[in-house]
Ligand binder design. Structure first.
Ligand SMILES: CC(C)(COP(=O)(O)OP(=O)(O)OC[C@H]1O[C@@H](n2cnc3c(N)ncnc32)[C@H](O)[C@@H]1OP(=O)(O)O)[C@@H](O)C(=O)NCCC(=O)NCCS
Length: 217
């Protein structure tokens, strides 16, 4: 499967990606916050491409502009997601690309794919305590807080952490899409000068409050 967004292509990892993968996964700020160890060599990255990154529904996040992989996104079924109609979403992106909204963009397409094409009913997403960047991604996507669990095993790092879990149901996803459409409409109105800034601010605040979309983008 190959998926596309405005700026990205999501496609399966291949062996030729090892050097690019190593470039980003050798950064200690990338793997450990997500629960996996920093890559030690290009050979190590190649091995990971053949194992973890070859799992079903795992995609290299590639820039459309040059086709090179800069991160990874995928679904797995363990821990939170236990039945056939649910998945857990996981993701990371290389540090040079942080803060451009690329993982939210990739995740929105993954959510569409999960609900529309794979007919899933629930998508989970979690982050370890202190990972505010990932917390923010999940908030922007519209995930709803589910629970906090202490003493969660992080097997690849041999430690335990506190984990926060969030949930996106099919109904919530439909509501988030509706909210984003309504917000787009307001954005068009203000761009065209059809409403004042004060009217825009009030309408947006009402929309956010009524639809329970605080923090959603
Ligand atoms: C979490 C992660 C995937 C976010 O991806 P992203 O594409 O940068 O997401 P965004 O651009 O939406 O940024 C999310 C938040 O990160 C923070 N952030 C952005 N750039 C940053 C930077 N250079 N340094 C520190 N924080 C930054 C901001 O708070 C931002 O929220 P905002 O848009 O409201 O300002 C990415 O930081 C990452 O790969 N981190 C390491 C691996 C990881 O934690 N994976 C998730 C495991 S649950």
């Amino acid at each position: 499967m190959i998926l596309a967004t405005n700026r990205l292509i999501l496609r399966p990892w291949c062996e030729d990606d090892a050097e690019e993968l190593y470039k980003y996964a050798s950064d200690p700020d990338v793997g450990p916050p997500a629960g996996w160890p920093t890559h030690k060599s290009v050979e190590h990255s190649r091995e990971i491409i053949h194992t973890a990154l070859s799992m079903p529904e795992t995609y290299a996040v590639c820039l459309k502009s040059d086709g090179k992989p800069i991160g990874s996104i995928g679904f797995h079924r363990r821990d939170l997601a236990t039945s056939d109609d649910e998945y857990e979403l996981g993701y990371w992106i290389g540090k040079p690309y942080w803060g451009q909204g690329l993982i939210p963009e990739a995740s929105r397409e993954m959510l569409r794919y999960a609900f529309e094409d794979l007919h899933m009913n629930r998508i989970w997403c979690a982050y370890y305590d202190g990972n505010e960047k990932s917390h923010r991604v999940q908030e922007k996507l519209g995930f709803v807080y589910y629970r906090t669990t202490e003493g969660v095993d992080v097997p690849l790092l041999g430690e335990t952490r506190t984990g926060h879990s969030n949930l996106m149901t099919r109904e919530r996803w439909q509501k988030v899409n509706l909210f984003r459409q309504q917000k787009k409409l307001l954005d068009t109105f203000i761009e065209k000068g059809a409403i004042t800034q004060a009217q825009y601010n009030k309408s947006l605040a009402d929309l956010i409050r009524l639809m329970e979309m605080q923090g959603v983008e």
